[in-house]
Design a protein around this ligand. Structure first.
Ligand code: SAM
Length: 244
């Protein structure tokens, strides 16, 4: 069986008793970083020292067949460095490969930075879209903002702290300075802070520098209200073009 196990995103006390139990019973741990996984076992007081396999972004595809084979007879617990495996972290290719096989995939859920940041943002939570990491290249970012310009759902982005101000500046160009947003840093840790405001206000705040791990949450596009007058030019153009 494959057991995807969510681990704390900064505060070890967020580990559930079920996570501890699962690690205690694991036959194999497939970890993004085996040293971090060992540290987690120590912090959580888990005595079990199962076989550890490294499974990170760069070797996951090559490891899939081996891990699936192990999972036929043993309990393989998949953990990332923090939060939910498969969410901007290794695990997806393994789970995708398990589709159509008789290997069971199950979950020990834990925190994820994306949903935690959304919950504290004060922005609508009824519909949201997780967009992963903000692209680094300006051209790719601009293309993404164009794609998302009319997105009505609240959008969640991961970003590295030293690029937050840049990312917010480019979001202003894409979504407008007045779009409501939030920046959450160091969630569940000692210096946790969520700054809420418009993109322009957050950009100004971020100029002083942002440290730690960061999630940016951006409100969706406001509903566009149209009146019959808004369509006059379009109708004229069509009529002038010969439409009756
Ligand atoms: N799998 C993880 C999850 O479930 O959230 C995400 C892993 S991704 C490689 C790491 C990114 O998640 C960081 O760059 C940051 O954007 C976000 N993140 C992780 N922990 C965080 C925390 N405690 N506070 C704010 N953001 C965090």
């Amino acid at each position: 069986m494959i057991i995807l196990a969510g681990t704390p995103i900064g505060n070890a006390s967020d580990a559930s008793p079920r996570l501890v139990e699962t690690l205690e019973r694991a036959d194999v741990i497939a970890a993004e970083d085996t040293r971090n996984a060992l540290h987690l076992l120590e912090v959580l007081g888990v005595a079990n020292r199962p076989r550890m396999l490294s499974m990170h972004d760069f070797n996951e595809r090559g490891r899939v067949a081996e891990v699936l084979e192990l999972a036929r007879t043993q309990d393989v617990v998949v953990v990332s460095d923090a939060g939910m495996p498969t969410i901007s972290d290794p695990g997806y290719h393994l789970v995708a490969a398990a589709r159509g096989t008789d290997v069971t995939v199950t979950i020990v859920p834990g925190p994820t930075a994306a949903v935690s940041a959304l919950a504290v943002s004060g922005l609508p939570t009824d519909r949201f879209s997780f967009e992963g990491f903000v692209p680094r290249r300006p051209g790719e970012r601009a293309r993404l903002w164009r794609e998302l310009a009319d997105e009505r759902r609240t959008m969640i982005f991961y970003e590295s702290p030293h690029r937050v101000a840049d990312a917010l500046e480019s979001m202003i160009a894409g979504f407008g300075a007045d779009r409501p947003a939030s920046v959450s840093r160091e969630l569940t840790k000692r210096f946790e802070h969520t700054e809420r405001g418009t993109l322009a206000q957050l950009h100004e705040w971020a100029q002083a520098g942002v440290r730690g791990e960061v999630v940016i949450v951006v409100g969706g596009a406001p509903e566009r209200r149209t009146s019959p007058e808004d369509h006059v030019d379009e109708v004229r153009r069509l009529v002038d073009g010969g439409m009756r």
